[in-house]
Design a protein around this ligand. Structure first.
Ligand SMILES: [Zn+2]
Length: 288
């Protein structure tokens, strides 16, 4: 019997002001660009897909109506840090205290278990992963195995067992990695975000197709501003790449996401939340 194939659609639910290259910048607008969140949910719901929404703790009360509505429709809530500070910028003890506080607040406010975590900037190490397990999380999804930002370290998963490409397990705790493909000697992330939005679409599409044909797990992620129809604030003094990251490819991203969903569907992928996937994998791996 062939192995079931799983696709997980996620969002890092954060305000525009949380974006790494914007954090210390001054700009006039008070834009949260949350219409991009609504646009993403619309694409998913048009396709009958439930998502995992990794949400910044301090943002959640400000968008509570949106989140409540999503949860009523079967989407799941997970944590994207207390206030979008990269975990590797914090001591392990500060990370523990803030994460515990945010997990409790989120789960109390929305009356739901919060068992998943994704680190800002994919900034995670084995020690902080262990803290997540101790705090009662069932999984993390910060493994990119690619070093794009200064807060990102290579996550040591040597004590984990690899279940599939991108999925690792240790003592009932899962690490769900994001996908990459090799092109001309370079690794390119193909799980969404800025990489898929800014990369030449024919090339990215080809790499995603190759992944879909050879792997049985795919995860997609992005941020609300990446689908906004509002004007993204112009910020002075940004580097060329950061300017590109904030402004390019936004209007055409929705169409690309729909194409990715279609490719996955044609190739027999089932769409699940990470919460569902951990339960499926628990059943597969637990002795009868
Ligand atoms: Zn983030």
């Amino acid at each position: 019997m062939s192995h079931p194939k799983y696709a997980v659609f996620t969002m890092d639910v954060e305000a525009f002001s949380h974006t790494e290259c914007v954090r210390n910048a001054e700009y006039d607008a008070d834009a949260d660009l949350m219409d991009g969140f609504d646009a993403y949910i619309r694409i998913l719901e048009d396709n009958g897909i439930k998502s995992t929404l990794f949400t910044v703790g301090t943002l959640a009360p400000k968008i509570a109506d949106r989140l409540h509505r999503c949860m009523k429709n079967g989407h799941r809530l997970a944590l994207h840090s207390y206030d979008h500070i990269a975990p590797m910028e914090q001591t392990p003890e500060v990370f523990r205290a803030q994460t515990r506080k945010a997990k409790q607040a989120l789960s109390r406010q929305f009356n739901t278990p919060v068992v998943g975590y994704r680190a800002p900037c994919f900034s995670m190490d084995a020690r902080r992963l262990e803290i997540l397990r101790e705090l009662g999380f069932h999984y993390d999804s910060s493994h990119l195995d690619f070093l794009p930002a200064s807060h990102t370290v290579k996550l040591d998963l040597s004590s984990f067992r690899k279940l599939r490409d991108g999925i690792f397990r240790k003592d009932g705790f899962y690490e769900f990695g994001l996908a990459k493909q090799r092109l001309l000697g370079f690794d390119l992330p193909i799980s969404g975000g800025g990489y898929v939005r800014l990369g030449k679409w024919d090339v990215m599409k080809g790499l995603i197709r190759r992944h879909i044909h050879t792997c049985d797990y795919y995860v997609f992620y992005l941020h609300p501003f990446e689908l906004t129809m509002e004007a993204v604030p112009k910020i002075k003094g940004l580097k060329f790449y950061d300017r590109l990251y904030l402004h390019a490819g936004i209007k055409s991203y929705a169409g690309k996401i729909r194409q990715i969903i279609e490719m996955l569907r044609r190739n027999g992928f089932q769409f699940v939340t990470f919460e569902e996937l951990t339960e499926i994998l628990n059943r597969e791996t637990s002795p009868q």
